[in-house]
Ligand binder design. Structure first.
Ligand code: NDP
Length: 296
């Protein structure tokens, strides 16, 4: 029987609606409007699309959206100056610096200049440390979205074998931390992993975050496993016309869907959850900044 298709788009809509409800309540009862500042340096086309979508969805949820678009040649000191201003602006509860940054900017330095309580991406070294030591933190949006989808489908994750394919700081490592926090037995696989197909075949939960189109075929998947495909890869799509492209994941959907118990599609799986979680994190940051209980 083919796998259940996990509808990340619909799930993300419910998350955004819940956030919007809390925002309305915050404004009515506390006179507060959560604010998210997004900083984009340079002209990277994919980043421009992400930033535009973030701005639209932030406003749709009733929050204030502040966009700062800086030229690619912006000096580091100027970017750090802007972050300093946003850190001390009481209307800004969340700050996101869109990655990747142009090569002359030190991304670690820039991210660690964001006030940790406003670091809605969860990439600041303090938030990374807090997540890994079980303390209250900001949780990176993409892994948080994956975790929500997994909990929704599987309930208690305790004792399940989870394989995270990829060890990046923005997806793989925080994903592994979250699954460990939920008492999974976690394996993190990467480009040096031996016998990768066998490692994957052991997974009750397989999270693929490699950035290689359709790398994971169906015969790497344990029958009935839950497969979360984080990959977003643009590939040629001659069937749509000359020069056309389309998005595919890191998992070969057509063969995986015959084996898995459930799987996220690309697009329409993890992608929409990322922005929904960004909005949820901004709401959380606003509540924490004002000493209010955190929304569920
Ligand atoms: P990175 O390039 O930072 O990391 C890729 C990871 O995959 C690395 O750990 C690398 O191993 C591993 N890897 C690469 N090739 C292989 C291989 N042949 N076998 C095993 N492991 C391999 O990518 P990101 O984590 O930033 O992103 C991963 C994917 O997720 C991308 O497609 C990206 O577009 C997508 N993404 C989607 C988001 C969303 O909102 N849905 C958000 C963020 C990312 P090693 O460390 O050994 O080099």
């Amino acid at each position: 029987m083919p796998a259940e298709i996990i509808d990340g788009k619909a799930f993300a809509e419910t998350v955004r609606a819940r956030v919007a409800g809390h925002v309305t309540q915050l404004r009515a009862e506390q006179g507060l409007t959560p604010g998210l500042a997004v900083v984009l340096v340079g002209e990277d086309p994919a980043s421009q699309v992400y930033v535009r979508n973030k701005g639209i969805q932030t406003k749709e949820s009733g929050m204030a959206s502040f966009e700062h678009r800086l030229p690619a040649e912006t000096p580091e000191a100027a970017l750090l100056g802007l972050i300093g201003e946003l850190n001390s602006d009481p209307a800004v509860h969340g700050i996101l610096v869109q990655l990747p940054l142009p090569a002359h900017l030190n991304a670690d330095l820039v991210i660690n200049a964001i006030a940790p309580e406003k670091d809605v991406d969860g990439f600041h070294i303090l938030n990374v440390g807090r997540l890994n030591t079980g303390q209250k933190s900001m949780v990176p949006c993409t892994p948080l979205g994956c975790l929500m989808l997994l909990r929704d489908r599987l309930g208690d994750l305790s004792g399940l074998n989870a394989v995270v394919l990829g060890r990046s700081n923005i997806v793989g490592k925080p994903m592994a931390s979250l699954l460990l926090r939920d008492s999974c037995t976690v394996t993190v696989a990467h480009s040096r992993t031996r016998d990768l197909p066998d490692v994957c075949r052991n997974a009750d939960i397989l999270v693929a975050a490699v950035g290689r189109p359709r790398m994971v075929p169906g015969d790497w998947i344990k029958p009935g496993a839950t497969v979360i495909d984080v990959g977003i890869n643009r590939v040629p799509a001659p069937e749509k016309g000359e020069g056309k492209t389309r998005l595919v994941g890191d998992v070969d959907f057509d063969s995986a869907v015959e084996v898995a118990g459930a799987i996220t599609p690309v697009p329409g799986g993890v992608g929409p959850m990322t922005i929904a979680c960004l909005l949820a994190n901004t709401l959380t940051a606003c509540c924490r900044a004002n000493g209010l209980p955190e929304p569920e």
